[in-house]
Design a protein around this ligand. Structure first.
Ligand code: COA
Length: 372
């Protein structure tokens, strides 16, 4: 079995940021418009009046202060409430591919690797811009990479599941180098008109370069072990899909965007993740309290604080458990990788760290790495 290393990471940060205050101001303007437009139905009790959102609530409930997006005007237009992208022709690069390419370039440069030497591209994200051809194959062509490419979707856990998939292929010898790319245009499937969730997500793209240790020239981390687990739940769900037309559901329906029962997710995912990490460490005969860094999924600060304390047996310092969600919000599969890419400094040779993602499915993925 070949040894696997991580030799590069990259983050593409979108050009626009929306603060909680900006978001709430446009949401509340939308609420006024909605309630005025439906005044008669609201008075008759057939339509429920919408309530204002608040920056204080958002920060207290999630720890999020702002989010990056690929397009801002459409989202903040109270008459529109979703991003606005001019459609692209089939002969133009797709938006997801462009974002992924930017992150991939940074990771390749860090690893000192040419695109043509990569023999697997995984596009691992919570939503694909189209059904087919695979986004990953388009990215492979735009990059000039070799080998093969495919898409995978495990929602928020796509990155860790992608890392395990690529690492297993490297271990088995079927490939030498892989890029796991997570371009997330979450703004496209977030329901910006729902105050329960309108603040949750942001856009981003991340890249992780994995190599067989014997071909890597600039390895950063050794990949020691990984674990993936899933358990079916409807508490995070999006019903949009290719049977929409067949189901006569082409109208503007709430369930065609992201939906969640946040309280239940919070309660059910926390024990799932804590037990998953404990079992992973036990099976690998590693002491979780010896972990020097936790790069956790970035959905909610309280969730991360809880998991960090459970894993280390004490309150982690901000250096030990870095959060990026205050600036990026929840970026689905990319969150733990942004934290990993931006907060790897200060570790010494031999230090162990844990990348952990969790989310819809439910799905949990954990990856233990050793600093080289
Ligand atoms: N502004 C002001 N008030 C709001 C609001 C907003 N934007 N959104 C909801 N509220 C209100 C609710 O209506 C509710 O009022 P009520 O008590 O009168 O019914 C109250 O605030 C509490 O809402 P609730 O949804 O229970 O808040 P919460 O503390 O559970 O926080 C989440 C909401 C989504 C931040 C939290 O549940 C969470 O993070 N869950 C897990 C998220 C997650 O990991 N998702 C994974 C996605 S990949």
């Amino acid at each position: 079995m070949k040894e696997v290393v991580i030799s590069g990471t990259g983050v593409f940060t979108p050009p626009y940021s929306i603060s909680n205050d900006e978001l709430v101001a446009s949401f509340n303007a939308y609420v006024d418009l909605f309630n005025a437009e439906h005044a008669d139905e609201i008075a008759a009790g057939t339509v429920e009046a919408k309530s204002y959102s608040s920056s204080e609530f958002i920060f207290a409930a999630s720890g999020i202060e702002s989010r990056y997006v690929m397009e801002k005007e459409g989202i903040l237009d109270p008459h529109r409430m979703c991003p606005s992208y001019p459609p692209r022709g089939d002969d133009e690069p797709s938006l997801m591919a462009e974002m992924a390419l930017d992150a991939a370039k940074v990771a390749l440069e860090m690893g000192g690797v040419e695109a043509s030497d990569v023999d697997l591209i995984l596009c691992a994200a919570s939503n694909m811009e189209r059904a087919y051809p695979a986004m990953a194959v388009e990215i492979q062509a735009l990059m000039g990479a070799g080998g093969f490419a495919f898409d995978m979707n495990v929602a928020c856990s796509s990155a860790t599941f992608g890392i395990q998939t690529a690492a297993d292929m490297i271990r088995a010898g079927s490939i030498k180098r892989a890029l796991v790319l997570c371009p997330e245009i979450t703004s496209g499937h977030l329901e910006w008109r729902d105050r329960d969730c309108h603040f949750i997500f942001g856009d981003v793209a991340t890249a992780v370069l994995l190599e067989a240790a014997d071909v890597a020239t600039k390895p950063q981390f050794k990949l020691l072990s990984s674990r993936c687990a899933t358990q079916f739940s409807n508490n995070i769900r999006n019903n949009n899909g290719f049977l929409r037309r067949a189901h006569d559901q082409m109208d503007d329906r709430r369930d065609m965007q992201f939906m969640q029962n946040g309280r239940k997710v919070f309660k059910e995912v926390l024990p799932l993740v804590s037990q998953h990490i404990a079992q992973h460490m036990q099976e690998e005969e590693q002491d979780p309290t010896s972990l020097k860094r936790l790069w956790l999924h970035q959905a909610n600060k309280s969730m991360n604080d809880y998991i960090g304390k459970k894993v280390l047996g004490r309150v982690p310092t901000p250096e030990e458990q870095p959060n990026i969600l205050q600036d990026y919000a929840n970026t689905s599969s990319a969150g733990s990788i942004i934290a990993f890419a931006q907060h790897g400094e200060g570790l010494s040779q031999g230090d162990l760290g844990l990348i952990c993602s969790f989310g819809a499915g439910y799905s949990v993925g954990s990856v233990v790495v050793e600093k080289l």
